[in-house]
Every structure is written in structure tokens, then in C-alpha cells.
Design a binder for this molecule. Structure first.
Ligand code: SF4
Length: 384
């Protein structure tokens, strides 16, 4: 590793779940009891295809993120093979962050200890809510007591960097219920909380229930009120609001996720995974048989790719940066990356967004106002 080594994040997709949740449109199969070894072999083969390219480009692994699906269906030995496989082929940076997503129903004390022994140093737990009625409506397999237990076991297993996923804007929720759930999460003292608004995905059982009137989604004003209350509570509790839906205690910003918003390179491995290296973005095939045949046959399993160039690339970059409340879009970094002046490129968009009270343009950067964070899709739309 040299002083010019650039960081790269590695995302590994585990598309297996025990049961499909009612709201989920992620690429994952239900009814799984584990992860087939053949799939783990395929992930390592795919990594083998990438490793030489990354070494040639002097990239060092800054983070590994095992996401899903339900990665906690992996046997600890399978996880160890994956982590060691990644680290042995491309040099890892000394403070490499290694995260695994998990669900409370597939965790226990021994398993978490074994995952830590396999190399993870950050555990993200998909709690979603501490309200049992909400969990049932969402079709989750755990209840709030199960989530409490899993989090306590994670601490006992020596996990020092713990993140919780929680949602608001849930169907049928009563006023105050979601903020109460967030308060409960904060009392458990995690280092990181992702608190995000449930989006109703077309074609899911939940979307059908809503269409048929069996479930009712909260109206926009209610969702906005909950979001504001939650943001205040997180700030009062010492969490830094570093991305629209992400909050961290000092020193615990997710390096992997931050990499996406800072536009750094990442390689996605696995079924349907996406990647972005040196301006090229791609997505893998989403059919398992096609994926396995390609990778085990020594071919990249890419379904589509595009090169981000010119004004489009600048717009994507600006849009992602404007999701970061503190950092925003800083002009010096933009100019270094694109040899262009952000204040010239986005002159009209900035004027419009300032007029609408969505952004502030400071001497060295543009940042979203509170209104711009709340209505970030309008900011993104103007910049792209
Ligand atoms: S556990 Fe996650 S990926 Fe699996 S079905 Fe539920 S929401 Fe989807």
C-alpha cells in the first residue's frame, strides 16, 4: 500500500431470508434456512475476477459490508471465508471497517461471538421497530423482546460498534409510537442509528393491503412531524446527523456508507449487486442460475453498465453530497475532482433552490437548509 492508494469499499450481497417481509422489494428469496456453499464459492470467484484490476489501480480495501437479504444466515465459517478471501487478494487499509447486517431472529450469543471472531468489527441489526404490533404488520419474524435480547448479546459478545435500523411512517402506527420506539433504541446506547421513512414499494403485500384499504399509511404531515421529532431527539441525545437518515455518536460514522455519498469507488459482489469504479457504474444479473453460471465460468456477471461522464457525473456527485447535512457540497473538492467550478455549473439550480429556501450557499460550500433536508428529493431533482 502506498501513499497514493485510493480507498475502495466492498459490498457483498447475501440474497437469502427466512421469510419475505410484507414491505420488502429487495432482491432476496424467502424460505431460506442458510446460505448455500455454492453461492459463497461464487462470491469468492467473482472477487477473484476483480482483485487483479483493483491491485493494478492501486486501490486498498477501506470497508467491507456484508448486506442482504439476511447475512446472519451465513455460517460463521462461511463469513470467515468471505472476509479472508477479500483481504488476502487486495491489501486492506489498517482501520478497515467490516460490517455485517443481521436480523434479531437469526442471532444468538454464540453466533455473534463467532462472527466477531470471523472478522466483523461492526454489526448492523435490522430492528425496524420496538413495537410488537408494528413488527407484526411489517411481517418481521422477531418481536421487541427478541430485538432487546439480540442487542444485549451483541454487547456481551464484544461488539463495540453497533448500529440499529429503525423505520417511521409505518402503516397503522399511532401518534408518538414511532418516536417512543426511537427513544427505546437510544436508551440501548448504540453507536449508530439509521432512522428512515418506509417507502411503499409497488407490488409488495403491504402495497396491496393499502390499495385494498386493509392498511392505512400515515399522511405526509404526520410523517413530517415524526421525522422532525426524531431528528431533535437524536440531536439532544448526542448523535451527529451526518446523512439524511443516518446518525452516529462521535467517531462512529459508517465509513462504508459515507463512501457512497462521497462518490468513492466500491465493488458490489453477488446477485444483483452494483458497483462503481473509476467512473463506471454497473449492476449484476438478478437471476441466480445466470449469476452462478457466469461467475463459476470465469465471467463477470454484469447485466448493465454505464459510464458517468460530464454534467451528469457532476450532478450525481452534487446530489449525493447534498445528503450530508454538515459537509454539503464543498467547492474545493468539486473543483479538484472535476476541474470545474460548482458555482458556475449549478448557478441556475443554486439560485432556484436558494429562492425556495432549500439550500444555503456559503463561501466554500453549499448545504441544505432544514427544509432542504426534509424535501431532499427537490434538491436532488434540481441538481441532476
Ligand atoms: S429481512 Fe430484509 S431483505 Fe429479508 S425480506 Fe425482510 S426486509 Fe427484505
Amino acid at each position: 500500500m502506498s501513499r497514493t492508494t485510493r480507498p475502495v469499499g466492498i459490498y457483498i450481497h447475501i440474497p437469502f431470508c427466512r421469510r419475505r417481509c410484507n414491505y420488502c422489494d429487495f432482491l432476496s428469496t424467502g424460505e431460506a434456512t442458510g446460505v448455500p456453499n455454492e453461492y459463497v464459492d461464487a462470491l469468492l470467484s467473482e472477487w477473484g475476477l476483480w482483485a487483479e484490476t483493483l491491485r493494478r489501480q492501486d486501490l486498498g480495501v477501506r470497508s467491507i459490508y456484508v448486506g442482504g437479504g439476511t447475512p446472519s444466515l451465513l455460517e460463521p465459517l462461511q463469513l470467515r471465508r468471505l472476509i479472508e478471501g477479500v483481504r488476502s487478494a487486495v491489501p486492506a487499509m489498517p482501520d478497515c471497517e467490516i460490517t455485517m447486517e443481521s436480523n434479531p431472529d437469526s442471532l444468538d450469543a454464540a453466533r455473534i461471538r463467532a462472527y466477531a471472531g470471523a472478522g466483523i468489527n461492526r454489526l448492523s441489526v435490522g430492528v425496524q421497530s420496538f413495537n410488537d404490533c408494528a413488527l407484526e404488520r411489517l411481517g418481521r419474524l422477531h418481536d421487541s423482546a427478541g430485538a432487546d435480547r439480540a442487542l444485549q448479546q451483541a454487547r456481551e459478545a464484544g461488539i463495540h460498534n453497533l448500529s440499529l435500523d429503525l423505520m417511521y411512517g409505518l402503516p397503522g402506527s399511532l401518534p408518538g409510537e414511532e418516536v417512543a420506539s426511537l427513544r427505546h433504541a437510544i436508551e440501548l446506547s448504540p453507536e449508530h442509528i439509521s432512522w428512515y421513512n418506509l417507502t411503499l414499494a409497488a407490488g409488495t403485500p403491504l402495497a396491496m393491503s393499502v390499495a385494498e384499504g386493509r392498511e392505512v399509511m400515515p399522511d405526509d404531515d404526520t410523517v413530517l412531524g415524526t421525522m422532525r421529532e426524531g431528528w431533535s431527539l437524536l440531536a439532544e441525545s448526542g448523535f451527529e446527523h451526518y446523512e439524511i437518515s443516518n446518525f452516529a455518536r462521535p467517531g462512529f460514522v459508517s465509513q462504508h456508507n459515507l463512501g457512497y455519498w462521497l462518490f468513492t469507488d466500491y465493488v458490489g459482489l453477488g446477485l444483483g449487486a452494483s458497483g462503481f469504479v473509476s467512473g463506471k457504474r454497473w449492476t449484476n444479473v438478478s437471476n441466480m442460475a445466470v449469476y452462478l453460471a457466469a461467475v463459476l465460468g470465469g465471467r463477470f456477471p454484469v447485466e448493465s453498465e454505464e459510464r458517468l461522464e460530464g454534467r451528469f457525473r457532476e450532478g450525481e456527485y452534487a446530489m449525493l453530497r447534498m445528503r450530508l447535512p454538515g459537509a454539503g457540497l464543498d467547492f474545493a473538492t468539486f473543483s479538484e475532482l472535476f476541474r470545474d467550478d460548482a458555482q458556475v455549473v449549478f448557478r441556475e439550480a443554486f439560485a432556484r433552490l436558494m429562492g425556495d429556501g432549500l439550500i444555503s450557499v456559503l463561501e466554500d460550500r453549499a448545504v441544505c437548509t432544514q427544509k432542504g433536508l426534509e424535501l431532499n428529493n427537490l434538491v436532488a431533482g434540481a441538481l441532476i
